[in-house]
Ligand binder design. Structure first.
Ligand SMILES: *Cc1c(COP(=O)(O)O)cnc(C)c1O
Length: 472
């Protein structure tokens, strides 16, 4: 023990570290509490190192110079002070990545949010008459214009939209759904669970792969409140299948006097088949087909903020609006601003395709992707000598439960190195500033350029260089 004493005595005290220039500088921008904690922690770590050392040689190697300790403490405090939620570079190629926040907003939408964020706004004030207005008024006209619906309302997300509609129209009654449509969306949105929470009783009809009009007709009774169709947005049943299509379900509903609801999930407003995407029902198509009430997400293919949009017949929407629970699911001014600005872009479809990032990324040409991949390859080859960077053809997925089977041809940068483990490298990349999220396949790290912005390319190279440097 005694041979450690001089080393323990040499440890600087907290006050001594606080006099160091680096810490004084850091104190200008970091909370004092955090800096104190950092200084205490660093000293404590060194105390433990000294106590664990078994020989004078080991002790000799422990450097307790106040300046170095102060630097360590500053680094730790700065690291701790970073926001938890931050920008990341998405190199996965998955356009609607739920873990990465789904749709990045259009510039028009972020500008609209900024306009009202630090200011008062006419959220619930009619500027014309000066009386109280509805926050949903800012959105209803444009949603109706774009979808052809009679009425519209917006809530917190699509799960809330489905819940609210079921709770309003079917609480205490029965809702008939085809067994093949009992979906679970990532993050555990399960149709049967949402149904029971809403107070509606689920009646499953048909089998997993087959459902006929007679299945709906046979299940009908005096408790039936709703026919529900759920878009099987993250899987497809293929092979020996039979489905009651939208038009048929609408006519069954009309015959029986039962409203038909469709949970569309993604909710696309433009037909993207000419860009190589498989057909996905548009909201307009559902309304046109006579579906009484349709729900969809704001932050999936629409490319807007998190929201759940409910469109349909005026009489039904009125009822949903009057439900007391709606208050608990209402959206705030920032969402309204972002959604309104996003929807405005759709008034001119070419403009939406160009300005809504989700649509822009989904419709990029192969030539454009190839050029970006080659440009990034040149940059990476310069920055990363200790590895091989190849450009390969590959596929991106859409994500967010849209186009489940679609594989979009893309160009992928594949990085491999004999000197490192790719898993470890991928982890290091996630811990860089900004974090870079990539895919791993076999012994290669894959960067799909579809979701990388041109202005991020320089950062991608920097982050990879820094992460690699720490590993070699
Ligand atoms: C994504 C999805 C939901 C949930 O929507 P959120 O906006 O994530 O709440 C519900 N139903 C279907 C069919 C979906 O695809």
């Amino acid at each position: 023990m005694t041979f450690r004493q001089p080393y323990l005595r040499a440890l600087p005290a907290v006050d001594r570290l606080l006099q160091e220039e680096t810490i004084k500088e850091a104190s200008q921008k970091l909370p004092r509490k955090l800096i104190l904690e950092a200084a205490q922690n660093v000293i404590e770590n060194y105390r433990n190192l000294i106590l664990q050392a078994n020989s004078t040689e080991e002790l000799e190697k422990i450097n307790v110079n106040p300046r170095d300790l102060a630097e360590e403490a500053t680094y730790w405090a700065e690291y701790r002070y970073q926001p938890n939620l931050k920008k990341v570079i998405n190199a996965t190629g998955t356009v609607l990545h739920t873990n990465l926040g789904r749709a990045p907003l259009a510039e028009e939408a972020t500008e609209a949010m900024a306009q009202v964020a630090d200011s008062y706004c006419n959220l619930e004030l009619s500027l014309e008459g000066g009386e109280r207005g509805s926050r949903l008024q800012h959105l209803e006209d444009i949603i109706c214009e774009l979808t052809g619906a009679e009425a519209a309302m917006v809530v917190n997300n699509n799960a809330a939209a489905v819940f609210l509609v079921l709770n309003t129209l079917a609480s205490g009654g029965e809702v008939i759904v085809s067994r093949g449509q009992l979906v679970e969306i990532g993050g555990s949105f399960r149709v049967p669970d949402v149904m029971s929470a809403s107070g509606a009783h689920l009646v499953e009809v048909g089998t997993t792969n087959k459902c006929y009009p007679s299945d709906y007709q046979n299940a009908l009774n005096e408790n039936t409140c709703l026919y529900l169709k759920v878009h099987t947005s993250n899987y497809q049943i293929v092979g020996f299948t039979q489905e009651v299509n939208r038009e048929k379900l609408v006519s069954l509903g009309q015959e029986a006097g039962i409203p038909v609801m469709e949970d569309l999930g993604s909710g696309v407003l433009l037909d993207l088949t000419s860009y190589g995407l498989p057909p996905e029902p548009t909201v307009q198509e559902c309304i046109e087909a006579g579906v009484d009430i349709v729900t969809f997400s704001g932050d999936k293919l629409l490319g807007g903020p998190q929201a759940g949009v409910i469109v349909g017949k005026k009489e039904l929407i009125e009822k949903v609006r009057k439900n007391q629970v709606a208050r608990a699911l209402r959206i705030e001014k920032l969402t309204i601003a972002a959604l309104e600005a996003t929807l405005r872009l759709y008034l001119e479809p070419e403009k939406a395709l160009e300005k809504v990032p989700v649509l822009r990324m989904l419709t990029r040409s192969e030539d454009d992707l190839k050029k970006q991949a080659q440009r990034l390859q040149r940059r990476l080859r310069k920055e990363l000598p200790a590895g091989e960077v190849r450009v390969e053809k590959g596929f991106s997925t859409v994500g967010g439960g849209a186009f489940p089977l679609a594989e979009l041809p893309s160009y992928i940068l594949s990085f491999s190195s004999l000197y490192i483990s790719v898993e470890n490298f991928a982890r290091k990349l996630r811990l860089e500033e900004p974090p870079l999220v990539a895919r791993i396949q076999h012994d290669s790290l894959l960067l799909d350029v579809r979701t990388i912005k041109a202005e991020e390319e320089k950062k991608v190279a920097e982050v990879m260089r820094n992460a690699l440097h720490k590993m070699l």
